[in-house]
Each structure stands twice: as structure tokens, then as C-alpha cells.
Design a binder for this molecule. Structure first.
Ligand code: SAH
Length: 418
């Protein structure tokens, strides 16, 4: 249900990328032997020349998959309200950064910035800036057009960013390749369908113990890839499989772990929050690695570079990698999160304000896509990182009566904006 069917895409373009990436991988596999699934996924998605996201990154109706921010403006608006509600709950600091990881077409940030503009009187004394972490040159171009109308400066001298511009609403925007380049400071970090695109390692339990699943060239069929098992343990099997593991097949995304650790350290030090929204599980699923092309399931080993590759996010692993630096909330289902954020009220207002039947139908259709448990409502989850003091008063144990109660965190509880 996560990647839904609609729209098509030029086969000629697909065929062109198909050849180049496959030839590159086949050469590499013949020269130095099989590679891990993580290495294969990294090459296929973000290789600087031929990677899927580098060349195209087909988010949206005319691409390979559609995401919640692309389905309805309400989604981004509610995330914008979430940021403002958290900002108010900690006493309205006079500056904050909005940091988005993997912004795709830039739609989520665009919808959030519209909310910030509408609530300009609330934010009037706050200095807001936007920081986008994006590896794809193609997508950063699309984001620049969406957010600034295309008026950007490449390689600004004064910053670690590779590009900067000013949003249509007058807010400075910076682009980076790595979260570590984003300046420190009180920040809201957003990762929507970002972690599922990061490379995973795959492991299989065998009679001889755990073995890593690798990608190799098929000796029988020219230029065809196949999965093989490592003949012995690999460094990854040693490091990533827990002794108490009960599943027979396990996927681990160490890069997600590293990024979550960075987010947790930054939030611990400078405050703010991270909101991760993705499809995933809590350490229970096994084989979730899959490909999408033209909104249809696609064999992960066929035509690398022309299809989106993805794996469910393991929220239990993210929680573990936080290592207690921050508190965590969730994962909770998308339909519960959006309901708590007031999506029903927002839908009513939009329906009342829309004159024509087509717009009303569109609003109801997109609401159904986001909320229906059979569509995106149940399989997408929200997960948050917050400083411990946001959930528990540091001195609560000593003087429980001396402090006013902490505001509940919106989305995970009902939104209470005063
Ligand atoms: N958040 C958007 C797009 C999701 S697609 C949406 O929901 O519509 C994944 C996004 O992550 C793309 O923008 C892709 O280019 C980016 N991406 C993938 N791997 C990345 C990495 N290692 N570092 C930074 N961005 C990455």
C-alpha cells in the first residue's frame, strides 16, 4: 500500500539507465567478487553518476512512487503545526532551524513554510531558517524551484552548504549532503520516507550459523544478478546480529543507526525534536527489501538504477541506537498521529471553503489515502526523539508540586494549542 499505482514513465529513459548501471556493477562483481546488499543498494540508489536518486529520484505522481506530502497539502500543514506546537511547549525560543532529511520534491517543507507564513504573528519574534540534507543534484534542483522559484546561489563561500537561497516566504534555505554539515542549534528534524531508502545488510540463519546475503553475477546468464550467501561469517554478521535474535532472516540498516545517533546527540546538546515518518516494524519483520518502478513492484536485482529500492524501517533498532541520549515516542500509526493533530477538523474547513465538487472529491480521496488502514493509515508510522526534559521535569522527583505540568506532545497525544 505504501507505493501506490498511478501514472507512467518513459521506458526509453528506463532502458538507458538500465544498461549503464548494470554494466558498471557487472564489471565490479567480476573484478572483486560479490558485494553486500548494502553496497548494492548504495550503488543503485546514490551512485554519483548513475544512481536512481542521482539521475531522477522519481517521487510524485509521474514518478515511481507517491508519498503522503505529495498526496495532500494537509499532511505538511499538520507537520508545520506540530513544529510550532513543540516550539511553544518549550517557551518559544527566539530561533529555530527546520532540517529536512531527503526532501524529495520539497513539497513537505513548502507546505510547512506556508503554515509558518500564515502563523507569522505567532512566529514574529523568531528567527527561522531551513536546512535540507539532500545527496541528489537532480532533486535539489527540483527543491530549489519549488521553494525559491529557482533563485539559488551554488557553493556559497560563507557556509558549509553546497547551495543557498531564500524561500518564497522570505526564509533562508541551505542545502547539504550530510547531516553533520548542518550548523548546530535548536532544530526540528524531519525524515519522511528517508530512512527506508538507506542501505540495509541482509542476514540468513543457516545450519552453520548466520551468513550474510550478498549480490553476485550469475555465471550461467550474462549480466544477470543473483543473491548468494557468504561462505563464512562476515564482519557485519559479527557486529549486527544480536545473540538473542529469534528470526531466521534479518535486515539491519547501520547507516540509519548512525544518523539517528547524530540526531539524538544534537537534540541532547542543543534541544529540538526529530520526527521520523515511514513504513516499518518494531523488530519483527524479516524480508522487506523491495523495488518500485512505475508504481509497480519491481525485482530488486533487475535493471539497477532505474527503480526505487527500499526496506521497512526497524523502529526498535532506531530506538536502540538512540542509546538513551533522548526520549523516544512511538512508533504510532499515521492515522492516529494525524487524527491527534486535528486532520478531521482541517478537512471540514477545507470542504466548507471549496466551491466545486471536483475539489471536494479530491479532498475526500486524499484523506482516504492518508487515513484508511488498508492504504497508508496503518502501515506508516510516526516516531519522535525529544529531550528527556520535554517529557519529565528534571527535578520532578524532588519537588513534584513545584512545576506546572508539561504540555503533552502533539500527535502522540491530542493537539492542545492555546
Ligand atoms: N521525503 C520525500 C522524498 C522521499 S524519497 C517524500 O516523502 O516525498 C528519499 C529522499 O532521500 C530523496 O530526496 C533522496 O534523494 C534522499 N536520499 C536518499 N539517500 C540519501 C542520503 N544518503 N543522504 C541524503 N539524502 C538521501
Amino acid at each position: 500500500a505504501a507505493r501506490l499505482c498511478s501514472g507512467t514513465r518513459g521506458e526509453a529513459e528506463a532502458a538507458d539507465g538500465e544498461g549503464a548501471m548494470l554494466r558498471h556493477l557487472a564489471r565490479k562483481l567480476r573484478a572483486s567478487g560479490p558485494v553486500t546488499v548494502a553496497e548494492y543498494m548504495r550503488e543503485a540508489l546514490t551512485n554519483p553518476g548513475q544512481g536512481y536518486y542521482t539521475r531522477r529520484g522519481g517521487v510524485g505522481e509521474s514518478g515511481d512512487f507517491i508519498t503522503s506530502p505529495e498526496i495532500s497539502q494537509v499532511f505538511g500543514e499538520l507537520i508545520g503545526i506540530w513544529c510550532i506546537s513543540e516550539w511553544m511547549a518549550v517557551g518559544k525560543p527566539n530561533t529555530f532551524q527546520l532540517v529536512e532529511l531527503g526532501p524529495g520534491r520539497g513539497t513537505l517543507t513548502d507546505d510547512i513554510l506556508r503554515v509558518f507564513k500564515q502563523l507569522a504573528s505567532v512566529l514574529s519574534k523568531c528567527d527561522v531558517s531551513v536546512h535540507l540534507v539532500e545527496v541528489s543534484p537532480k532533486l535539489s534542483e527540483i527543491q530549489a524551484v519549488m521553494l525559491t522559484g529557482g533563485k539559488v546561489q551554488p557553493n556559497p563561500e560563507d557556509k558549509s552548504a553546497y547551495m543557498k537561497g531564500i524561500s518564497k516566504t522570505g526564509i533562508p534555505i541551505f542545502w547539504y549532503r550530510d547531516i553533520q554539515d548542518v550548523p548546530p542549534g535548536y532544530s526540528f528534524y524531519l525524515a519522511h520516507e528517508f530512512f527506508d531508502a538507506l542501505p540495509i545488510h541482509k542476514f540468513q540463519r543457516t545450519e552453520k550459523g548466520w551468513r550474510e546475503v550478498l549480490v553476485d553475477i550469475d555465471p550461467e546468464v550474462p549480466d544477470q544478478l543473483r543473491f548468494v550467501l557468504s561462505p563464512s561469517r562476515t564482519p557485519a554478521t559479527q557486529n549486527f546480529i544480536q545473540p538473542e535474535e529469534t528470526r531466521d532472516h534479518v535486515e539491519v540498516c547501520p547507516e540509519a543507526g548512525v544518523i539517528v545517533q547524530r540526531l539524538a546527540s544534537r537534540i541532547e546538546k542543543d534541544g529540538g525534536a526529530a520526527l521520523v515518518a515511514d513504513y516499518g516494524h518494531d523488530g519483527t519483520k524479516t524480508d522487506t527489501f523491495r523495488g518500485f518502478r512505475n508504481h509497480k513492484l519491481h525485482d530488486v536485482l533487475s535493471a539497477p538504477g532505474t527503480a526505487d529500492l527500499t526496506a521497512d524501517v526497524d523502529f526498535s533498532y532506531l530506538r536502540k541506537m538512540v542509546q538513551g541520549r533522548t526520549a523516544t515516542l512511538g512508533p504510532i500509526k499515521q492515522r492516529e498521529f494525524l487524527k491527534n493533530m486535528g486532520i478531521d477538523l482541517r478537512l471540514q474547513v477545507l470542504l466548507q471553503n471549496s466551491g466545486d465538487t471536483a475539489t471536494r472529491e479530491q479532498l475526500l480521496h486524499s484523506y482516504d489515502m492518508l487515513m484508511n488502514p488498508e492504504k497508508m493509515g496503518d502501515c506508516f508510522n510516526f516516531f519522535a526523539l525529544l529531550p528527556h526534559h520535554r517529557l519529565v521535569h528534571p527535578d520532578k522527583k524532588d519537588k513534584p508540586e513545584s512545576k506546572s505540568p508539561l504540555a503533552p506532545v502533539a500527535g502522540f497525544n491530542e493537539l492542545l494549542l492555546k
